[in-house]
Design a protein around this ligand. Sequence first.
Ligand SMILES: Cc1ncc(COP(=O)(O)O)c(C=O)c1O
Length: 391
Amino acid sequence: MSDRTARLGASGPPTIPFVDLQAQRRRLGDRVEQAVRRVCEHGAFIMGREVAMFERQLAEFCGVRHVLSCANGTDALVIGLAAKNVGPGDAVLCPSFTFAASAEAIARVQAAPVFVDVLEDTFNVDARGIEHGLRAARAARLRPVGILAVDLFGQPADYEAVRQVAAANGLWIMADAAQSFGARYGNRRVGQITEIATTSFYPSKPLGCYGDGGALLTDDEATAAVVDSLRVHGQGAHKYENVRIGYNSRLDTIQAAILVEKLAILPEEIERRQVVADRYTRALRDVVETPRVIPQATSVWAQYTIRVKGGRRDTIASLLNAAGVPTAIHYPVPLHRQEAYRHFPRAEGGLAVSESLAKEVLSLPIHAYLDEPTQEYIIAETRKAVAAVRR
Ligand SMILES: Cc1ncc(COP(=O)(O)O)c(C=O)c1O
């Protein structure tokens, strides 16, 4: 019986973590501590051998030729956009229903995010709405250059549908795979689907480190060379040759060493997450809208996000929180409504789905170590809360 399960029987509401990083640490034994100690001993804290080792292993895992790690997932996006020469006057289409970093990166390179809507069932970009975004971009006298598709909550966007619109309009596609690392689309793993994909190793991500970290994945040799230069001050053939204006954005060796240990158990963790997600879906689909994964994809379940219509979401969240079940709202405000982003163009016809999702989504605890009794408790409390607001 785990500590967590034991605590369920105690009086008063239990304390359930939203993501249980300590359970993962116990699973890893002292491998993380040993990995950190090895780095402390060899002392190459920046670009030490574990960085190259991790990049090689990650490339093999995803079936891509090049993995370039960097300081975080936001930098990965900025560097990817910079490598595509995105700049002033350019428009990059991006869903409004995402984490701010997606649009922030576009604005950081002095381009304009143009917000498009997402699909009702997967929360990922609606390829049919991209044309509306293109019209808005042109009306604002911007030059549409690409689409930043986001793989929200763990499943890849429908890249075939996006590719058709992109090809018809001469746009490239970049994948913000911060939440979907390890997922598949058809017979390809995230990283192999688009020319450039970026990811984040933020601690709570399916593959997270013990701090900040990120990476870019690409098969393209020339892109990889530019990214490699950009992440280290735009360096050329040697350290003190600067051929472009770059960034200081490297993954710390200690983080890479930790990630090597975590990558080894990622496939097993992805399977466990799927078991947890399936259990939620079976037990909740008759009372709330449960997530849908498109048949051609798999999800790594970065989040398990239900949808509660009719203005009852916040009451349900309060009831769950009172019962010791933590919840999260990803995301309460769509980006086109945020103060920092509302002046950017948005698709003609509005972003109705993004607006309603912001009012209706509710994420439940999910991680690879969520044991069955704890999950049964969360399920029972969710059903109770839904029944209570129906009365
Ligand atoms: C969709 C998405 N994009 C980008 C990021 C940015 O990653 P990071 O926090 O590592 O900068 C995140 C992470 O939170 C994210 O969820």
